[in-house]
Write a protein that binds this ligand. Structure first.
Ligand SMILES: *Cc1c(COP(=O)(O)O)cnc(C)c1O
Length: 409
């Protein structure tokens, strides 16, 4: 396997010599990319179905984003929130016009957007009902980021292990279990936080009836409904935000990943009534609303709100889903294809259980970049503008990787 050549070993040594051991990067060094094509240091090309973890919504180096970034880079880089700025104002005006929300708080990542949302939800409950109404109800297997509050709210206990004491007052329930949600939400609940599709946790779509019940329970108990759309947002599931196709409207929504198309930015969106609780001095960020990030995000919104782009998400989703179903029936590697839009997961069948990483590595060898969602799901989150022929090529290479897993050729 050429991915484990000498140069790869050298790369692993260079990484471990200077980087904290937080990650285990794949055995290639990407040096340039365009659209859905990634080239590594040895000149080898890969078809990108990973999209920087649902970030590169328009592929790599999209000309409209390059133009927005370079134009802004020659105009105004950074001011801090001691000032406001035109790109941030314009982005907030557009996000509020395009969603239920009326107010925006800008951050730089998904974790920070969720941190802002969770702090806002607690502060709003505190302002109206006092300190006892502070509980957060969240899902097992949920992922909301890596700050201490967001790992505590997230549903993977291992991510919080050894970092305690962690924030308290958080309850976890199994996804799509209505009865469990009904018993967890009560007078002490400040907020329920949900990913419309539990992404990192295995691409589990929440049922519309479950989301509706969450909305009702929040209304009954004066709690806020928070949708973490960090991964599902910005066109990923076929509408600008996933909630818009589900008919359930949250009080707070978080967005990041694809919002900057690869430039770091995140945001918490809320109604005016809720947002009023984050009064002057209660929260902040040095870089949040940075003109470079906001200029790029404005260019992302220009493209992602085009009907033809959203139509491509639906068409390529159907194509990739069909192709992955076929790979499953031909090789026996997948037994179910999950997700919506261009957030898809192939659930590994019993013989390959726990081997998502092996399949991902096999796919690198066959020339396609994918992701995992836990040990049992291979995930793809390609650029929303991926073409039909690129998707076909990706599927061919995924099929070749799947065949190596089951030892057939
Ligand atoms: C990626 C992700 C986050 C965290 O975003 P970062 O930018 O890595 O902090 C939060 N929530 C969801 C649903 C995500 O997919």
């Amino acid at each position: 396997m050429d991915t484990f050549s000498d140069s790869t070993l050298e790369l692993a040594d260079r990484v471990s010599a200077v980087m904290m051991p937080t990650y285990g990067p794949l055995p290639l060094l990407p040096v340039r990319a365009q659209g859905c094509d990634v080239e590594d240091a040895s000149g080898r090309h890969y078809l990108d179905l990973a999209g920087g973890i649902a970030v590169n919504a328009l592929g790599h180096c999209h000309p409209a984003l390059v133009e927005a970034l370079t134009r802004q880079a020659n105009t105004l880089w950074h001011l801090s929130n001691v000032f406001t700025n035109e790109p941030a104002l314009r982005l907030a005006e557009r996000l509020t016009a395009l969603t239920f929300a009326e107010r925006v708080f800008f951050a730089n990542s998904g974790a920070e957007a969720n941190e802002a949302a969770l702090k806002l939800a607690r502060r709003h409950a505190y302002d109206r009902f006092g300190p006892d109404k502070h509980e957060i109800v969240a899902l097992e297997r949920a992922f909301h980021g890596r700050t201490l509050f967001t790992v505590a709210v997230g549903g993977t206990p291992a991510y919080a292990e050894g970092f305690g004491p962690i924030p308290q007052g958080i309850r976890h329930v199994a996804p799509n279990d209505v009865a469990a949600l009904e018993s967890a939400v009560g007078p002490a609940t400040a907020a329920v936080i949900l990913e419309p599709i539990v992404a990192e946790g295995g691409i589990i779509s929440l049922d519309v009836a479950y989301l509706q019940r969450a909305r009702e329970l929040c209304d009954e108990h004066d709690a806020l409904l928070v949708f973490d759309e960090v991964q599902t947002g910005v066109g990923r599931t076929g509408t600008l935000y996933a909630y818009q196709a589900l008919g359930v409207i949250p009080d707070i929504l978080t967005t990041a990943k694809a919002l900057g198309g690869g430039f770091p930015i995140g945001a918490a969106l809320a109604t005016a009534e809720v947002a009023a609780s984050l009064v002057k001095g209660t929260h902040g960020s040095t870089f949040g609303g940075n003109p470079l990030a906001c200029a790029v995000a404005n260019a992302v919104l220009d493209e992602v709100t085009k009907p033809e782009l959203l139509a491509n998400v639906a068409a390529r989703s159907a194509q990739l889903r069909r192709g992955m179903v076929d790979i499953g029936s031909d090789t026996g590697v997948f037994d179910e294809i999950r997700g919506r839009g261009l957030l898809l997961g192939g659930a590994l069948a019993a013989p390959c259980a726990g081997k998502s990483k092996d399949l991902q590595l096999a796919a690198v060898d066959t020339g396609v970049l994918t992701l995992v969602a836990g040990v049992d799901v291979l995930r793809v989150t390609p650029a929303l503008n991926i073409t039909e022929s690129e998707a076909s090529l990706g599927l061919e290479r995924m099929a070749a990787a799947a065949r190596t897993m089951v030892g057939s050729s």
